[in-house]
Structures are given as structure tokens and as C-alpha cells.
Design a protein around this ligand. Structure first.
Ligand code: C2O
Ligand code: CU
Length: 501
């Protein structure tokens, strides 16, 4: 075949594919609504009156338009967490970095393309603590087939928190270095579950009705402001098949660890005896001497149809044995078990790096009102900050889920000791490292990541603990235009929100 023919054949094929691609449209009305939990009425900012907000469900290759109508009294932006936003950083939704916020009474439409990504992502407001009420799943189904047997049913599992205090105020408190506030409950799909009650009346919990022998794909995401979560289902195992909308080589485990910002796709087969089984999510935390917050957990129920001599209706659900919430090895091992499922079309792992950065995540303090000297620890003259490469820093004993916008990072290795360049470079996995948009840097440890800067724009990188980002653990990557027409960032949309009118 002559080269020109080959060219035509490709063009024709492209036209056929494009025709099959869908357009998905959503309207997100952001407003404040009253919700009552734990005997308390709270004003929460949500999308379309729901918590969690609506799930966006698309097929790989679709384009999506989301009309955001801001009927709340707050400045709002929506971030599409994990979407690569190729040549589209204007729709990334980071206030004062990629856009001016959508002001009260104003609208803006985000145009998104979902190409080359399959699995579970999510969206959330990128407005300090308001994201505790403004978030939802973003589900991308394959255009062709899953690389595993098609599940009988898919179930999003959104782990979040219920805050009885006003979230806008919580954000202000955090920025002011005051962080004694804690959430009132952990939630699963917005429900607190039966561990919580209001004067003896238990809170609603999520119930998953299952049929024996069927396979369920759980699309798990952690939308909480605080805490990584450890999740178990009594009597059942998970087969992990994806994380952050990247397929992983399947492995089985009885516990899933999911840090703030991360997602995990896991298959669960309803293979237990008919009955009821608790699903428990418990918030992990660094051991003492770190400041301890009350343990947060929630539970849902997996329920088999009971009857015809099958099971005992009155029997209480079976409870799983949960790991110690301070046992960070649960998280370390879970993350260490992730490897990429290499398939045709998977991006190659860069064998070398053109530029290397050494970033130290630590705690520090600064003096209030821009003063150069002040009394530090414990005094009101200074405020605690979380830093990236500051010298005047102290040891920090938390892990940090570091999220990079617009890119996935290959996680080449992790350790829970001091990083040693000579020893640890030799351990880099350059064959099948997992690809993540959020990398959980282990407490008192390190992670080595590599990414390809192939998407011109301005990309935020920050810790996904709300407290940490609000007290400084954030940076911006500016990726310049490349030499070809396809690597030049287009201009911002004409109807882009303005900051000063
Ligand atoms: Cu999910 Cu910049 O965040
Ligand atoms: Cu952090």
C-alpha cells in the first residue's frame, strides 16, 4: 500500500470512532441546604440538594459539559480530580490559579474531554472545607471491555465526613492555624450508619443488597477532609483491579486502604452464607505523640436475601475484625501491592529523568502579621504551617496524600525510613509501577515518583488533607508550551469568570 493510502485509511477510521463518542451534559446547582444529623440542623453547601452530589457517568472518549449555577453565597470552583485535562487546564477548577471563582449568582460551564482514562475519579469544589459537602463520583466506563470479567453490578462507595459545624467557618479556622475542630461522623455515601444516633434513634446506614454468586464492582473514593480510611467487609474479600482510574494487576486482600483523594476499584463476590455483613471504614491516624483526634468510623451493611430456611432474619450482622487505626503498615502494604496492568497503549515508564526534584514535606511555624521574630511553639504569636522545602522545619509524623493535577505519576518505590539515593534507586520499579494522581507519602518515609510533563498549563500540586493544604502544603508546576501545534495551550474560554466585576 502506498503511504498516501495508508493515510486515508486512518482518517476514515478516525471519523467512524468520533461518531460513536457521546456528549454528556449536567447542570450543577450549588446552594445551601439544611440537613439534620445527630440532633443538629446544619447548613451545608451541596450540588442539586444532594450529599454526596450527583455521579457523572461517562464512557471513555466522551465529552462532558457541566453547567455550574452558583446559588450559594460562596465563591465556587469545581475540580475534576484526576482528569488529565489535556490542553484544557482552564477547566481544572483551582481558584486564583487556573480560574477566577464563580461568584454568587453567576454561572460557568466546564467543558471536559475524557480520553485515555478508565475507572473511578471524582469531582469536588476546590474551596477549602466546602468540598466536604460538594463532591461526587466521576465514573469512566471503557468503550470496549473491562480487562476482567464484566461485573454484574457497579456500586460507588463515597467515604466522607459529616461536620456539624459550618464548613466555611471551619476553613477560616484552619487558615488561622486553629485546628481543634473534628468531624462529627464518618459517612458512607452520605449516610452516617448505625454507630451514630440522635437520642437513641439510629442514623440511616447504607444497605447493599446482594445476590449469591454475583460479582460487584465497588468504586471506592475517599472524599474526607481528614484521614486515610481502612475498609473491610466481614466474610468477604476484595480483588483490587484499579486505582485512580488506572487498571492494576489484580490482587486479593481483606482490607482496602484509601487516602484522601485516592480511589480504589475492587471486585467483591457475594460468596458468603446468606445473612448480613457489616462494611466498616475506619479512619487511620498517626500514633502518639501526634495529636490524637477521636476515632472516626462508619458502617454499612451487605445484605443477602434471607428466607426459605436460608439464614436467620433476626441475627445481627457479622462484624469484621478491623486493623488498629494506628497501624500504618496496613496502608504501606496495600499501596506497596499495587502494580500497573500493562496493556497495549499503556504509557511507557520513563527510564530516566531529565530533571530531579527533592521535596521535603515538614511542619513549621511562621509569625503572625508578617513579623520576623516571635514566640514559637504553643504561643498565639505564631501559626503552624505545613511546608514543602522549608529549612526552618520540624519533623512531621503524618503521611501526606500528594495530589498532582493534570497528570498521573508513576510510583517507582516507597519506604518507611530515610531515603538513601544509592540504595533506593536500585529498587525502583521501572517495569510495572502503579500510576496515581495522588501519591500517599508514607509517614516518616518517602515515595519516588516520575511523571512526563506533556500537558502545557498551570498545575497545582498539594496534600489532600484539607488542613495541610490550607496551611501551606502546596506548589504549582508551570508546564510550558511544546514545539508543535499539538503542544500549545489554547487561550482561555471567552466566558471565563472574572475576578473583579
Ligand atoms: Cu482533589 Cu487539588 O484536588
Ligand atoms: Cu499532608
Amino acid at each position: 500500500m502506498a503511504p498516501s493510502n495508508l493515510c486515508m485509511a486512518i482518517v476514515a477510521l478516525a471519523a467512524v470512532t468520533a461518531a460513536a463518542v457521546g456528549e454528556v451534559e449536567h447542570t450543577f446547582v450549588v446552594s445551601e441546604v439544611k440537613m439534620t444529623h445527630l440532633c443538629n440542623e446544619t447548613l451545608v453547601t451541596v450540588v442539586n440538594g444532594q450529599l454526596p452530589g450527583p455521579a457523572i457517568e461517562v464512557t471513555e472518549g466522551d465529552s462532558v459539559a457541566v453547567h455550574v449555577v452558583n446559588k450559594s453565597p460562596h465563591n465556587i470552583t469545581i475540580h475534576w480530580h484526576g482528569l488529565k485535562q489535556r490542553l484544557n487546564c482552564w477547566a481544572d477548577g483551582v481558584p486564583m490559579i487556573t480560574q477566577c471563582p464563580i461568584r454568587p449568582g453567576h454561572n460557568f460551564t466546564y467543558h471536559l474531554n475524557v480520553t485515555g482514562q478508565e475507572g473511578t475519579l471524582w469531582w469536588h469544589a476546590h474551596v477549602s472545607c466546602l468540598r466536604a459537602g460538594l463532591h461526587g463520583a466521576f465514573i469512566i466506563r471503557p468503550r470496549h471491555a473491562y480487562p476482567f470479567p464484566k461485573p454484574d453490578k457497579e456500586i460507588p462507595i463515597v467515604i466522607g465526613e459529616w461536620w456539624s459545624i459550618n464548613l466555611a467557618q471551619l476553613g477560616k479556622n484552619m487558615e488561622d492555624g486553629y485546628y481543634d475542630d473534628t468531624s462529627s461522623a464518618t459517612t458512607i455515601n452520605g449516610k452516617l450508619g448505625d454507630l451514630y444516633n440522635c437520642s437513641g434513634v439510629v442514623e440511616d446506614g447504607l444497605v447493599l443488597d446482594v445476590e449469591p454468586g454475583k460479582t460487584y464492582l465497588l468504586r471506592i473514593l475517599n472524599a474526607a477532609l481528614y484521614s486515610e480510611y481502612y475498609m473491610k467487609i466481614a466474610g468477604h474479600e476484595f480483588t483490587v483491579v484499579g486505582a485512580d482510574a488506572n487498571y492494576v494487576r489484580p490482587f486479593t486482600t481483606d482490607v482496602v486502604a484509601v487516602g484522601p483523594g485516592e480511589t480504589v476499584d475492587a471486585l467483591v463476590v457475594a460468596s458468603a452464607l446468606p445473612g448480613k455483613y457489616y462494611v466498616v471504614a475506619v479512619g487511620g491516624q498517626a500514633p502518639k505523640p501526634d495529636i490524637q483526634i477521636p476515632a472516626t468510623l462508619s458502617r454499612a451493611t451487605v445484605r443477602y436475601a434471607i428466607g426459605a430456611g436460608n439464614g436467620d432474619e433476626a441475627a445481627p450482622p457479622v462484624a469484621p475484625e478491623m486493623p488498629d487505626q494506628h497501624d500504618f503498615m496496613v496502608s504501606f502494604n496495600f499501596h506497596g501491592n499495587l502494580t500497573s496492568l500493562n496493556r497495549t497503549g499503556s504509557p511507557p515508564v520513563p527510564a530516566t529523568a531529565d530533571e530531579s526534584l527533592f521535596v521535603v514535606l515538614r511542619m513549621g511555624s511562621i509569625c503572625r502579621q508578617g513579623r520576623l521574630s516571635c514566640k514559637r511553639s504553643g504561643s498565639k504569636e505564631s501559626i503552624i504551617v505545613e511546608t514543602m522545602n522549608n529549612n526552618a522545619a520540624m519533623m512531621d509524623t503524618d503521611n501526606h496524600p500528594m495530589h498532582l493535577h493534570g497528570h498521573d505519576m508513576f510510583v517507582l518505590a516507597q519506604g518507611h525510613d530515610n531515603y538513601d539515593a544509592v540504595r533506593d534507586v536500585a529498587r525502583y520499579n521501572l517495569v510495572d509501577p502503579p500510576l496515581r494522581n495522588t501519591v500517599l507519602v508514607p509517614r516518616l518515609g518517602w515515595a519516588a515518583v516520575r511523571f512526563v510533563a506533556d500537558n502545557p498549563g498551570v498545575w497545582y500540586m498539594h496534600c489532600h488533607y484539607e488542613l495541610h493544604v490550607s496551611i501551606g502544603m502546596a506548589a504549582v508546576f508551570i508546564i510550558e508550551d511544546g514545539p508543535t501545534l499539538e503542544s500549545v495551550l489554547p487561550s482561555p474560554p471567552v466566558d471565563f469568570p472574572k475576578c473583579n466585576q
